[in-house]
Design a protein. Structure first.
Length: 217
């Protein structure tokens, strides 16, 4: 029988801590949340590998290092409301829920959202609201948000989502340029987001998060 708890500890010790993630709430969350319960059944044995896990249709669960470093750079506190865009089967939301006051998880796939709801309940995570709808539209009815994360690659952040971040809030996005990508942390001030590069990572670009092509006659 697979010892997932031991794999979870190894994931933190070999993927998270060596990546300069030192904040205790993040470490504790990643040691606590059973990642194997938030992945497709066929992927359980691969749940703790240091790579993105395929969900199909161009969707992935970001590798543990990427999520941990995003949260570390955002410095989420336990009195903040977080929007988790592209929550998939709920792993990222479960981890964020350990460090934030509450999480609104946006997922456009009804099947994955339903599985996420079940897994979150089984894990005893009760401060996540699941919102089913287009990822690029977010969930304005629950905002504005102190912090936002996008669980996949983008080439630009839709204005609809930018508008849901509080003034003074932060956002983490993985900007892709071809096969290369970098996570940037944005700070919103005066209605404008200023970005700074944080670290390199990679993931498929989410539908609705690519640059619109303008055709000229």
């Amino acid at each position: 029988m697979t010892d997932f708890a031991a794999r979870r500890t190894m994931m933190v010790d070999t993927q998270v801590r060596p990546s300069d993630v030192t904040k205790f709430p993040i470490i504790d969350a990643m040691l606590t949340v059973p990642r194997e319960n938030f992945v497709p059944a066929a992927q359980r044995e691969a749940a703790y590998m240091g790579e993105n896990l395929e969900l199909g249709e161009g969707r992935v669960i970001l590798e543990p290092r990427t999520l941990a470093k995003m949260l570390d750079a955002l410095d989420v506190s336990n009195d903040e409301l977080v929007l988790d865009v592209g929550a998939g089967m709920g792993y990222s939301s479960a981890v964020i829920a350990h460090v934030a006051e509450a999480v609104v998880a946006v997922e456009d796939d009804e099947t994955m959202a339903s599985e996420a709801q079940e897994s979150l309940a089984e894990a005893g995570v009760d401060n996540v609201i699941l919102h089913v709808g287009p990822l690029a539209e977010g969930a304005s009815q629950h905002g504005p948000y102190d912090v936002m994360l996008v669980q996949g690659g983008i080439t630009e952040l839709p204005l609809t989502l930018q508008d849901q971040i509080k003034d003074g809030g932060r956002v983490a996005c993985l900007f892709m340029q071809g096969a290369l990508g970098e996570v940037r942390i944005g700070h919103k001030k005066g209605g404008v987001i200023s970005w700074r590069m944080s670290f390199n990572a990679g993931a498929p670009v989410l539908a609705g998060f690519g640059k619109e092509h303008v055709f000229e006659l």
